[in-house]
Design a protein around this ligand. Structure first.
Ligand SMILES: Cc1cc2nc3c(=O)[nH]c(=O)nc-3n(C[C@H](O)[C@H](O)[C@H](O)COP(=O)(O)OP(=O)(O)OC[C@H]3O[C@@H](n4cnc5c(N)ncnc54)[C@H](O)[C@@H]3O)c2cc1C
Length: 394
């Protein structure tokens, strides 16, 4: 039976950056289990949806991002036996570990929205959140001249959900420049009363929605879609409402954690099944050699790549502390939501777990939309991601 000192499940932003950080800090016996041949820098998906990037800009072969000194097992985990400190894979392998880190991200819960998967197959719905459909988003949005278009922000758990506003606001700016915005009926479904829950960021966004004439449906979710007649049934506190004749739906699916986490007794609830960790230390509440990281962990903050920069530092220190009998560090729930309010201006809502602003650059108000912040998000951060974050240098 294979044995690892630290076994990491998932080769996304969380898994690769943690593996690299551990190795940089001198650890050995680090293994990553990840099935996909490709690694994606997901924040650029929204720029593909806004016509400002291509899929090739955000994809790298997995083999190029797995750090030197880390074993990569190209397989999927389908069960964990925490009492026996073993993991079972789809290919039938049993892997033994001293410390286990679960970071398999979230997966689409298509069953939660009847009709939506068919709508994606049909091409009438697509989104930046479903990479197979993302290349269709900008051609569909940019060719609209009239009619009704619907966007959604996914309810939690979701991966940095409010960034789904990026394609909406970039498209509105494009439509205005083309002189067709007034002929389009643009609707946005928000799961909450406001877009981010960070009051200053919400003020900026509300002004942008009003300026572009976006009709905002609050505390609203897609209940079902009917791709045959291009209709969306929306559930809201005032009752169901049917949106007919929708020309294109940028409808993001619902998300949940992979089911094997709950089936292995490691989730707080069966649904959405996130890894049941202490949100400060990232250690599992019942199994001390199990840890959670990234989108799949119940960290009581909005999941984001920016949040991972802090989580990885805390978890890497805590794995060493747990091994050597030291004190565990604490993660304050820092997270960030970057949103383009026009084609070339971006605001950053950086906050802690309670929605209090926690700007990382002193003396610069990140909420004010700026071209330089857009440029940093579109061009500089991807380089920082490939060269520093995935190499454990941050
Ligand atoms: C469209 C979009 C835009 C975003 N924009 C931003 C942004 O602008 N700024 C920001 O900070 N964040 C953004 N995010 C969020 C950020 O990308 C995520 O928070 C981050 O990628 C989460 O990393 P993760 O490793 O936890 O999960 P993922 O990136 O989902 O990686 C999970 C990995 O686990 C693997 N896996 C799944 N199941 C198994 C299994 N059974 N066994 C083994 N491996 C498995 C998967 O193949 C995958 O490689 C965005 C996300 C999306 C989707």
């Amino acid at each position: 039976m294979d044995r690892s000192e630290t076994l990491i499940i998932g080769g996304g932003n969380a898994g690769i950056s943690l593996a690299a950080k551990l190795l940089r800090d001198g650890a050995s016996g680090v293994t990553v289990v990840a099935p996909q041949p490709l690694h994606r820098y997901k924040p650029l998906l929204n720029y593909v949806g806004g016509g400002e990037a291509t899929m090739a800009d955000l994809e790298r072969p997995m083999a190029d991002v797995v750090p030197d000194g880390c074993e990569w097992i190209r397989d999927s985990v389908d069960a964990v036996d925490a009492a026996a400190s073993t993991v079972h894979t789809r290919a039938g392998r049993t892997l033994r570990y001293s410390a286990l880190v679960l970071c398999p991200g979230l997966e689409e819960d298509w069953a939660a929205t009847p009709g939506l998967q068919e709508a994606y197959a049909d091409g009438w719905a697509a989104s930046t959140y479903v990479p197979g459909s993302t290349p269709q988003v900008w051609p569909r949005l940019s060719s609209l001249r009239s009619g009704s278009v619907v966007f959604t922000v996914p309810p939690e758990p979701a991966s940095c959900g409010p960034t789904a506003l990026k394609p909406l606001l970039m498209a509105c700016d494009h439509w205005r420049r083309r002189g067709v915005l007034a002929d389009l009926e643009v609707r946005l479904l928000l799961p909450g009363t406001t877009a981010t829950g960070v009051p200053r960021a919400d003020e900026v966004l509300e002004a942008a929605f009003a300026d572009y004439g976006v009709e905002v449906l609050r505390e609203s979710r897609v209940e079902r879609v009917d791709p045959d007649v291009h209709a969306i049934t929306v559930a809201s506190p005032t009752g169901p409402r049917v949106l007919d004749d929708v020309a294109f739906a940028h409808a993001v699916p619902r998300y949940r954690a992979p089911r094997w986490i709950a089936d292995s007794g490691l989730a707080a609830d069966a649904d959405p099944g996130l890894v049941d960790v202490d949100p400060s230390t990232l250690q599992h509440r019942r199994h001390e050699s199990v840890w959670g990281l990234g989108d799949a962990a119940e960290l009581r903050t909005r999941p984001s790549g920016g949040a991972l920069r802090k989580q990885v530092a805390v978890l890497s220190a805590n794995l060493a502390a747990a091994r050597d009998g030291g004190r565990l560090q604490r993660y304050d729930g820092y997270t960030v939501v970057p949103i383009t309010v026009s084609r070339r201006k971006l605001m950053l809502a950086e906050s802690d777990r309670d929605g209090r602003l926690t700007p990382s650059v002193p003396f610069v108000d990140p909420i004010t939309p700026r071209r330089v912040t857009w440029w940093a998000d579109r061009h500089a951060l991807p380089q920082v991601y490939w060269r520093r974050i995935l190499r454990g240098r941050i």
